[in-house]
Design a protein around this ligand. Sequence first.
Ligand code: SF4
Length: 282
Amino acid sequence: MSGDAQERQHAAAGIAAEALRHLLWLEAAGVREVPVPGPGDAPVSAPAPTAEGPAGKSQPRHPAEAMAPAEPAPPSRRQAGRPGGGYGLGDKGCGSDALLAAREELGDCTRCALARGRTNLVFGVGDPRAALVFVGEGPGEDEDLKGEPFVGRAGQLLTRMIEAMGFRREEVYIANVVKCRPPGNRNPEPDEIAACEGFLKAQLAAIGPRVIVALGKFAAQTLLRETTPISKLRGRWFEYAGVKLMPTFHPAYLLRSPEEKKRAWEDLQLVMKELGKPPPRK
Ligand code: SF4
């Protein structure tokens, strides 16, 4: 895509993001109807940009806007990118043109009901060309607040598991089946998975990993369209989106059931073997 086309795409994304923010704010302010100018009303022209920012910021265009809180936008809106609503290669999980395109396509997504409860959309994190991708179920509270997958206690354990395999966390890619936190950490509903799973597939197509590790019962069963318990799925190779997939226990489960760490480590050793990683020294 040419530089001009990219600029136009960013500008269009910015306008769409701004319109969405305005609609969401109107909804939050309880505004149900917006007056439409009649034939006798004076034409509305776009105010000129001012020193205070974009056009019209210092002169509200709608009575509801005059009531708008003068606070910074909430974190999810701030995370929605740079001024204009675009994203960049430096944003979490967007380190290649293909990942960036997937992130831009997601935008400030409202494709399913999970959008309503999130603080941050949690896209992913890690090496855009990782050989190894970990996929969990969905963001929890810590992840929702930070906008990054696996950052709570379970995330710390996952980091130790990755390091035990001989990788650094930055050398793998980590994502979830759904990108927004399900309320009360419930399992995502089928329609929410259907709305979101295409973006996981886009991420995997962009990264081109050699192995996916599905973390926990929900991620494994969802990706494999299986109802078999994780205790029977783990330790066996499957395929997802053309990539070898190894299910294993979720780190949060391992925190509750440390006696299962040994079996999870066996699964990860199979992955190491597949990737040609030497076994750790005894
Ligand atoms: Fe969009 Fe996925 Fe979040 Fe649903 S879970 S709102 S589809 S990003």
